[in-house]
Design a protein around this ligand. Structure first.
Ligand SMILES: Nc1nc2c(ncn2[C@@H]2O[C@H](COP(=O)(O)OP(=O)(O)OP(=O)(O)O)[C@@H](O)[C@H]2O)c(=O)[nH]1
Length: 793
């Protein structure tokens, strides 16, 4: 008789306490065992819940908090706990087996995309979650693109919430293919909905166990979330003697075919594995005999090369699948040594990137860093090579969400916090002062575009200075908040309505300043006009020390085509030198002695403020073809000259098309108000893309009953997630009347949508929105916008 090999967890004690352990100090630091990884996903997919479950399994917590009671470790801001959403990324070191994970829980709401951007910049791998009722959603694709942007190639997909009614493993897997997220998702685990013979295929929604196809084991979870693990036999004949699963369970005949599909698909990427499979003895059970130790290296290699997407599943809420996720993060995701593009050199001089800046009343500025080479020692003086400023690293911390542990060093590969840095901003590179160290800057973090602004009205004149200081401090911790004074008015720009709402409440709660936000306005952009941009006389004359000086700068300017930059949401500009090499923006590089730095400064001034509309220009490529500067004239003159000459060229081209931000919306309502919702959307310039019944949204298609292969990807049978039967079965009553409306609309028309939806749906409707990029407006709308911004006739 086969016995469980391991009883994993003890009963959960009631008190919730934290075991702080020293994890990443230099002694015993082995970078090959480090996994710098992020949890990323569409909003509400369960990232924070999975983080909490990971902390519980790794003995960091003795009981898990929940998002719903506002008691999780990583969502510690009051605004996060009140709303049950993640607003800022929180990093936490986790010890699991002989690995250390630096785990970053990121927000899912698109308004806080900056946090995903900076986390993606510093991690080497990611676990991407999907709610398996919904399948791939708009922001799943958004975070996928963000990971792409920073070359985070190795990912594991976790199909979460399999306990929910309507959840479907097969449809979620198919949705990875239909949404072109990855051509080769490979299921490493299959769900077992129930072990109860009465309940296999049409029981309560749920998941009670998982089959680990690689380790050839079955995991079972009881009601308390305790797991047990059972080895599967190598011979199918022995399935008849199993005592941990009913021998009539319909999943058993599918196990060897599922493992066979996995190994055969994987062998397409490994000649060695193919050789192993070819040498297997014949017979139905042959693929069950391949030990995990012969599979794992090939899985790891294919994951590191992004040839396959390993797929796991479970229910973070019930802790089902968490240990498997942790095992596979350790086994498959890269260590800092594996990511050669990021120059991992343990013994080289110090080089690190500041990926986030936080503020704490007691600790002051907290700079989150990732060490790319060498070791950072406390009390050392270092150079911020982005800003050419010396900085003193007075204290070093490992941060366990809001709890800190002081350490003496941060070794190669690690992620930690530095106190005492005065000038450093998100995206800056810091290096050692040693001669010979590499001062070049690391790849910067890209700021997402601001799409909305609000005027800030201090309560009284004496509140103005504190409000300005608080805004500057907040903008330092969240670079996607931009502050400007325009025509005497203080304006704050953000990534969406919720972002501005959070900015408002954080300023009041954390900085205690007195102000009101005025009317919100969306941000517009101007494209390049259709006229000629070649100036007959590209010169600028000025006076220096009483002498007339003539400076020439020539530009080649053109409009970028839709999608030319890959990311459809991108709305920036490209500035190139005469060889076609991109020039760095003045925010990240500003050296007044460098002629090209002055030229980019001038270009940036003009691009942020079109001479035609005073709106920012967008989707332009500006190439600096050359410049002429008389001898003995300071190079700083080039900044003014470039700004004026470029402005003339843009004015000569004439006013270009105007663009405004669009959003993609998903609105969930009862069927009886569907007509009103659609009418309202149409009246507000929205375009309805899809009207689905809520429970079929995972892929929008009927699921196949039998296991099948889609483009060489094994998709298991439908009944594996019996809860999905409920959605199409006769006992589905409430979900039948729920509808989900997908639409795109101009953001300007949706600023008060929560109030409108409440009125239209009698309080029942819910909605979410993600950025859909800037779109060109019609000529009628152009006239409206020009009037709104005071440029109309
Ligand atoms: N049924 C079920 N609910 C879950 C599961 N995981 C998370 N939830 C619930 O889903 C909601 C969102 O969970 P979170 O963990 O906050 O999701 P998130 O992805 O971190 O959310 P954001 O960071 O705000 O995007 C909460 O109500 C959770 O209790 C699961 O496995 N099953």
């Amino acid at each position: 008789m086969l016995r469980p090999v391991i009883q994993v967890r003890r009963a959960i004690p009631t008190a919730r306490w934290i075991l702080v352990r020293r994890l990443a100090t230099a002694a015993g630091h082995d970078p090959s065992k480090l996994r710098n990884m992020a949890l990323v996903a569409h909003i509400d997919s369960g990232k924070t819940t999975l983080t909490e479950s990971i902390l519980l399994q790794s003995n960091y917590l003795s009981s898990a908090g929940t998002v719903d009671t506002g008691s999780t470790t990583t969502d510690f801001l009051p605004a996060e706990r009140e709303r049950g959403i993640t607003i800022q990324s929180a990093s936490i070191p986790v010890k699991w087996k002989n690995w250390t994970f630096n785990l970053i829980d990121t927000p899912g709401h698109a308004d806080f995309g900056m946090e995903v951007e900076s986390a993606s910049r510093v991690v080497d791998g990611a676990v991407v979650l999907i709610d398996s009722v919904e399948g791939v959603e708009a922001q799943t694709k958004g975070v996928w693109r963000q990971l792409d942007r920073y070359g985070v190639r190795s990912r594991i997909m976790f199909l979460n919430k399999l306990d929910r009614a309507g959840a479907s493993f097969g449809s979620s897997l198919s949705s990875l293919l239909t949404n072109r997220l990855h051509p080769k998702p490979m299921a490493l685990a299959l769900p077992i909905a129930s072990f109860d013979p009465q309940d296999y295929t049409h029981g309560e929604p749920g998941v009670q166990g998982l089959v680990d196809l690689v380790n050839w084991e079955i995991w079972k979870w009881n009601e308390e979330g305790q797991s047990s693990r059972h080895k599967l036999p190598q011979n199918e004949e022995d399935f008849k003697a199993l005592d941990f699963i009913p021998t009539t369970h319909p999943i058993l005949p599918h196990l060897i075919p599922a493992r066979t599909a996995l190994l055969e698909n994987l062998s397409m990427f490994s000649e060695d594995l193919m050789e192993t499979l070819l040498n297997l003895s014949s017979g139905p059970s042959a693929y069950a005999t391949v030990p995990a130790s012969q599979i794992m290296p090939h899985l790891r290699a294919a994951t590191l090369r992004n040839e396959i997407l390993p797929v796991l599943c479970g229910s973070a809420f019930k802790h089902i699948g968490t240990e498997l996720v942790m095992n596979y993060v350790g086994e498959l995701l890269p260590s800092p040594l594996d990511v050669i593009e990021k120059v991992p050199v343990p013994n080289a001089p110090l080089r690190m990137l500041a990926w986030k800046v936080g503020w704490d009343k007691r600790k002051g500025w907290m700079t989150f860093v990732r060490i790319y080479s060498g070791t950072l020692t406390k009390q050392s003086t270092i150079l911020n090579s982005t800003r050419n400023q010396r900085e003193k690293a007075s204290k070093l911390l490992l941060l366990y969400a809001s709890q800190a542990e002081e350490v003496d060093t941060l070794p190669f590969g690690s992620v930690g916090v530095v106190l005492g840095l005065k000038y450093t901003r998100t995206g800056d590179t810091l290096v050692s002062l040693n001669r010979g160290s590499d001062n070049s800057t690391l790849q910067d973090i890209i700021l997402p575009p601001a799409v909305i602004s609000a005027s800030v009205i201090p309560q009284s004149h004496s509140d103005l200075a504190p409000v300005q200081d608080a805004l500057q401090a907040l903008a330092r911790t969240d670079p996607s908040v931009r502050v400007e004074t325009h025509e005497g008015q203080l304006l704050v720009h953000g990534m969406g309505s919720l972002h501005l709402e959070i900015v408002e409440s954080r300023l009041k709660d954390e900085w205690n300043v007195d102000f009101e936000f005025g009317k919100r306005r969306v941000s517009y952009r101007e494209g390049l006009g259709s006229g000629d941009t070649t100036l007959e006389d590209p010169t600028w004359t000025t006076e220096i020390a009483g002498k007339r000086v003539q400076v020439a700068v020539t530009f080649n300017i053109r409009s970028l085509e839709d999608g030319e930059r890959g990311d459809p949401l991108w709305d920036g500009n490209v500035v190139l030198d005469q060889h076609g090499t991109p020039l760095r923006s003045p925010e990240t590089y500003n050296d007044q002695t460098d002629p090209m730095s002055n030229v980019t400064n001038g270009i940036s001034n003009t691009l942020s403020n079109s001479p035609n509309t005073f709106l920012p220009l967008s989707r332009l490529q500006v190439q600096v073809a050359g410049y002429e500067l008389p001898p003995d004239v300071p190079v700083s003159v080039l900044a003014g000259a470039s700004a004026v000459i470029l402005r003339q060229a843009i004015r000569q081209a004439g006013m270009g098309p105007l663009m405004e931000p669009y959003i993609r919306m998903k609105i969930n309502v009862h069927e009886d108000v569907l007509g009103k919702i659609v009418k309202d959307l149409t009246e507000h310039s929205g375009e309805v893309l899809d009207l689905a019944t809520d429970s079929t949204s995972a892929s929008g298609e009927e699921e196949a009953l039998e296991p099948h292969s889609e483009d060489g990807v094994y998709v298991p049978p439908k009944w594996l997630s019996p809860s999905s039967n409920l959605s199409s079965g006769s006992n589905s009553t409430s979900s039948k009347f729920k509808r989900s409306v997908q639409a795109v609309a101009p953001l300007s028309q949706m600023l008060d949508y929560s109030n409108r939806l409440r009125a239209l749906s009698g309080g029942h409707g819910t909605f979410e929105m993600v950025n859909a990029g800037f779109r060109e407006v019609s000529s009628a709308r152009k006239i409206e916008i020009l009037r709104e911004i005071g440029r109309g006739a």
